[in-house]
Design a protein. Structure first.
Length: 393
């Protein structure tokens, strides 16, 4: 089934003149997602926050089912969180690392995740080992196998990096983690909503994602998947009345599911918006979304390579909807700013975002044009025309 582009574009709240190539930063919400949030905020204003949450309890609980359907898990394995970083950090710091434990990660790992590894290396003496990449850029499976030993406590991989265009082979990595009974954490921040995700096929123990990127939800929303069999073995770094019960003066008991990773206070308007965004994506179909994104991104890359002074930096045997490039003689930040005069949104990424990969490939600051299924080939052409004018002016 193909996507009804006219309907999808009609659901946008943005001006028809806007070309939004920044879904990897924060995507455009469908009108239905905005309406869901506004209606809930109006209810809070009329009834009060506690009362609105009580009245919409059924809808709030339904968010768990939406996430579970999106990633193929049980609702008891879903925690609703403020953002992907909170979800990822909650999972990471729940693991009982000891001196000498080893963390295996990828060359393209995102800055926030790697900072957490370095923090534990300084505080606890854990070992951080970077898995070499293949010649095409993704995690090398044979190199990963060679790094496995009794000290490996965690394999932590970003599914789709913040730039560079590649998709890591997370199912193959999960198979190795499962064979060796090693905890496996997946950062799906850029993947959720961009392509299908199945935690049973991935065989991960944790998976974190945000609502604001390719899911097209609001900022301040996200979720964390925690495999049921792992939940009793990990301890969230922060607990409150949502995650645990104060049973006696000297003791407490965690909740019996993934809500042990939640906080009591939450932005229900944002979470309901995320739930609506997930349902919207599910109605279209993640396979359809992935197919449309592949066509758009491949078309944009091909057209960029024909422009003078442009270098496309994307790698990977399988590429995603994030297109990274630079223009010799013009700073990427300037390209970003000048495109705004053409009503085009992109973003730019510095080497510090993925320092290991950037150092290995000698990457400059890059422009990140991240397309999504509500974009079109015609918008690609308008983007190329605007960029050509910037380059030649």
């Amino acid at each position: 089934m193909s996507i009804n582009l006219s309907k999808v574009q009609a659901d946008l709240c943005a001006s028809k003149q806007l070309i939004h190539f920044n879904s990897a930063g924060s995507s455009l919400m469908p009108r239905q997602v905005l309406d869901c949030q506004v209606q809930y905020l109006s209810l809070e204003a009329k009834l009060g926050g506690y009362e609105a949450a009580a009245e919409k309890a059924t809808e709030i609980n339904a968010i768990y089912a939406s996430v579970a359907k999106l990633i193929n898990c049980d609702t008891s394995e879903v925690a609703l969180v403020e953002n992907a970083t909170i979800g990822w950090m909650s999972a990471f710091y729940s693991i009982d690392f000891q001196a000498g434990d080893k963390i295996l990660t990828a060359e393209c790992e995102y800055v926030s995740n790697y900072l957490a590894y370095l923090k534990l290396r300084q505080e606890k003496g854990v070992i951080v080992a970077v898995i070499p990449s293949t010649s095409s850029g993704e995690v090398c499976i044979s190199a990963l196998e060679q790094l496995i030993d009794d000290r490996v406590k965690l394999i932590s991989i970003t599914h789709i990096p913040t730039n560079g265009g590649l998709v890591n082979p997370i199912e193959k990595i999960g198979k190795i983690a499962k064979q060796h009974d090693i905890l496996y954490l997946v950062d799906a921040c850029q993947a959720a909503g961009q392509l299908p995700i199945d935690v049973e096929e991935i065989q991960c123990d944790f998976l974190s994602a945000t609502g604001r990127k390719y899911l097209r939800g609001p900022r301040g929303s996200g979720f964390l998947y925690v495999r049921k069999s792992v939940q009793p073995k990990v301890t969230p770094p922060v607990i409150d009345v949502r995650s645990a019960t104060w049973t006696t003066v000297d003791d407490y008991q965690f909740s019996g599911d993934a809500t042990k990773f939640e906080n009591w206070e939450n932005n229900y308007s944002a979470l309901l918006g995320m739930g609506c965004a997930i349902d919207y994506a599910l109605d279209i179909g993640l396979e359809n979304i992935a197919a449309a994104n592949h066509i758009l991104a491949a078309d944009l890359r091909a057209k960029l390579t024909l422009l003078p002074r442009v270098t496309v930096w994307d790698i990977g045997s399988e590429k995603c909807a994030i297109v990274s490039f630079s223009v010799s003689g013009i700073q990427s930040r300037e390209i970003d700013q000048r495109l705004q005069h053409f009503n085009i949104n992109v973003s730019h990424s510095t080497p510090a975002s993925t320092l290991i990969d950037a150092s290995r490939r000698k990457l400059p600051d890059v422009v990140r044009a991240s397309v999504h299924y509500f974009n079109s080939i015609e918008q690609n052409d308008a983007f190329i025309k605007a960029l050509t004018e910037i380059i030649t002016s």
